[in-house]
Design a protein around this ligand. Structure first.
Ligand code: B12
Ligand code: SF4
Length: 272
């Protein structure tokens, strides 16, 4: 039997393996214990947009090898119903995959862990990052019940910023060698010339209108005693380049989005 150039007896030779990466920005519970969700939320999550773009860059560079396609889905639970069983099914339908719980603040941690638990029961690989995990590692040395609970159920905890760090996490996930903790708190990356936050319009449509968000800079030189920011994002003002800001504006304008919520803590310190 003739087997054509692109075919083998078992299927197409060129078929790539599919790694399904699902990004979920968890919501938080109301006082009665319901996850708060809106038909349309106010502003898209900048953390979700940042990690989406970094992951998309990893996919374009083929960090898992030329024969693996990274397929990315991004969901914000403040405007989208999250069904862990469906996410597990989505990943199981691919060759491999993982869920990232994105930008989890302290008030969202109980919800994030509940989502993680259901996914772990289905043997899905899960990572969690954001201000809660970074904050408890930088301020109380990681002595935190939620962090311990996450690790006990086999969730990989990520502390620090994802720019320049996702290659390692994705490669470890693909090799089934995820670490219990990725701690980059002592090594904050520059955010000039890195993939910039951008969400597709189909996700932005679930917010109030044509507004999106981005961070022009991180970190603050002041030392207000109550402030978490300087413990997590540091006291050096790190900034995107003006060219990158122009690109963010142009990329959004190209998809009909003209209004921007700039999430910087201290925009006035941005000399650029
Ligand atoms: C803008 C902002 C808001 C905006 C959000 C707008 C938007 N569209 O994003 C608004 C006004 C809505 C808001 C509301 C609130 N906020 Co707010 N917010 C911020 C602020 C100033 C910036 C957020 C941001 O964009 N950060 C930049 C992103 C890129 O950083 P990041 O989330 O840490 O993500 C990076 C890494 O953590 C990592 N990462 C994140 N997730 C994951 C996951 C994985 C698997 C991996 C590998 C990596 C990874 O990669 C990302 C890129 O490097 C932060 C302070 C700050 N500087 O972050 C406070 C901050 C997050 N907010 C805070 C709080 C308390 C709130 C409120 C609870 C306030 C209130 N009382 O109502 C609400 C909660 C809203 C909710 N839905 O629950 C606190 C959280 C403290 C904590 N212990 O968690 C912060 C830290 C400010 C502070 N110190 O008080 N907020
Ligand atoms: S971010 Fe605001 S509260 Fe925090 S140290 Fe700077 S000026 Fe003070």
């Amino acid at each position: 039997m003739y087997v054509g150039r692109h075919m083998s007896l078992s299927g197409p030779i060129n078929a790539k393996r599919r790694f399904c990466l699902v990004l979920v920005k968890p919501t938080h519970y109301c006082d009665d214990g319901y996850p708060i969700r809106w038909l349309r939320s106010t502003i898209p999550s900048n953390s979700l947009a940042c990690v989406y773009s970094i992951a998309d860059d990893c996919a374009k560079r083929g960090v898992l090898g030329d024969d693996v396609e990274i397929e990315i889905h991004a969901f914000d639970e403040s405007n989208t119903r999250i069904r862990p069983q469906r996410i597990a099914a989505l990943i199981k339908a691919a060759d491999d995959g993982m869920v990232f719980l994105i930008g989890v603040q302290s008030n969202q941690t109980p919800r994030a862990l509940d989502i993680a638990r259901l996914l772990r029961e289905q043997d899905i690989k899960v990572g969690i990052g954001g201000f809660h995990m970074s904050g408890v590692i930088s301020m109380i040395g990681g002595d935190d019940a939620a962090l311990r609970e996450a690790q006990a159920m086999g969730v990989s905890v990520f502390a620090g910023e994802a720019e320049g760090r996702l290659d390692e996490v994705l490669c470890d996930a693909y090799a089934n060698q995820l670490k219990p903790l990725y701690n980059y708190m002592d090594d904050l990356p520059g955010i000039d010339n890195v993939p910039f936050p951008l969400l597709k319009r189909e996700r932005l449509k679930r917010t109030l209108g044509s507004t999106t968000s981005f961070d022009a800079g991180r970190g603050c030189p002041y030392q207000c005693s109550f402030c978490t920011i300087i413990n997590v994002q540091g006291r050096r003002s790190r900034r995107r380049t003006t060219d990158d800001i122009e690109q963010i504006v142009r990329a959004n304008a190209a998809q009909g989005v003209f209004r921007f919520f700039i999430t910087d803590d201290n925009f006035a310190r941005n000399k650029d």
